[in-house]
Design a protein around this ligand. Structure first.
Ligand SMILES: N[C@@H](CCC(=O)N[C@@H](CS)C(=O)NCC(=O)O)C(=O)O
Length: 333
């Protein structure tokens, strides 16, 4: 069991006394003690609670794993995946496989569903408190949620939970009762949720202004949702063994949209490094386009801002090189 000191990481900004699981979040169970500090909420278990949770999570992990085709695919994908993600890559192959993945998901996650937001140049499509998504890049169910976020023009704090993740998986297990992804925390409505289909429906109900998910988004996961995972040979699935163990003090920011092939490569790296980041979705018609133009002088994604170092980069190759160099164990010692 991980040390509590490694778990002091914000997961929600609402008052613990007001906490009520949302009606969709019926899978959330277990006894937890909520510790509030500086308007942020942390989860801490007593020793006896930890035991109960350990048991309950073992049970739920098993059911999650059996229901997950990806869990079966993982060992297979690991054989084919190109090993150390920090090594120099064949960039033609990288871009080709990521572009094919984008073709597989062509109708989803590229544009904002309504054109209303084009006039809102201030990014006001976001709720007052940031949504928090615990996920991993290669997971097709997480992809469906990220696609919905692009279509709704919502930014989100992403807490990557690759296999082998130390910090974020533990938080999900402690707050939701099991390791299953995606897991959404919405501090605006005090909601914690598993189940990608429920999350997508919730997001559209809560933030969709009467819009519905684009045709096929909910059903499509079973058909082509796996394609990016297979084409990318499981990139964005497992923690890099040389990733820095401490998160940086400030959150990295990434301007991206879900189905952009170059942004995918960057999100994979952030996931493999277990680096939390603010994902500014900038699909076609996004209200945040002005923010991106102001920050980078261009409307191109990906664009990465690291407030810890002041570095700003718009070239995916440079971003990959920067992330693996700066957030490796070697750099942090
Ligand atoms: N029905 C769930 C399925 C979620 C699911 O199976 N997620 C997999 C990843 S794709 C998972 O969490 N597996 C456990 C793990 O990665 O440890 C949903 O739609 O969200």
């Amino acid at each position: 069991m991980a040390n509590y000191s490694t778990l002091c990481y914000p997961i929600a900004s609402f008052s613990p006394s007001a906490f009520q699981p949302h009606r969709f979040s019926k899978t959330i169970s277990g006894n937890r003690r909520w510790v509030c500090e500086r308007r942020r909420l942390y989860v801490k278990s007593t020793k006896s609670e930890s035991k109960t949770e350990e048991k309950s999570s073992q049970t739920s992990d098993t059911s999650g794993n059996t229901s997950s085709f990806l869990s079966f695919l993982c060992p297979l994908l690991k054989v084919f995946s190109g090993g150390d993600p920090s090594q120099e890559r064949n960039h033609s192959l990288e871009v080709a496989t990521s572009s094919l993945a984008s073709v597989a998901r062509l109708p989803w996650g590229s544009r904002v569903l309504s054109s209303e937001s084009i006039d809102k140049q201030d990014g006001s499509s976001n709720p007052p408190l940031p949504l928090q998504l615990f996920e991993f890049e290669a997971c097709p169910f997480c992809r469906r949620v990220r696609e919905a976020l692009t279509e709704l023009d919502l930014s989100v704090e992403v807490y990557p939970c690759p296999k082998g993740s130390i910090r974020h998986r533990e938080l999900v297990r402690r707050s939701g009762g099991k390791e299953m992804f995606p897991f959404l925390v919405d501090p605006n409505t005090e909601t914690l949720m598993y189940e990608s289909g429920d999350i997508v429906k919730y997001l559209f109900k809560q933030y969709g202004n009467g819009r519905d998910p684009s045709t096929g988004l909910l059903e499509s996961t079973l058909f082509t949702g796996w394609m990016p995972t297979l084409l990318r040979a499981g990139r964005g699935m497992s923690l890099w063994d040389k990733a820095s163990t401490d998160p940086p003090p400030k959150m990295i920011e990434l301007f991206s949209y879900e189905n952009n092939p170059y942004s995918r490569l960057v999100r994979e790296a952030l996931c493999e490094l277990e680096l939390p980041y603010v994902l500014h979705n900038i699909g076609e018609g996004s209200a945040r386009m002005r923010l991106l133009l102001n920050a980078s002088g261009s409307n191109k994604v990906p664009f990465l801002v690291d407030p810890n170092t002041g570095v700003q980069l718009g070239d995916y190759k440079e971003i990959l090189a920067y992330l693996f160099k700066n957030y490796s164990l070697a750099a942090s010692t």
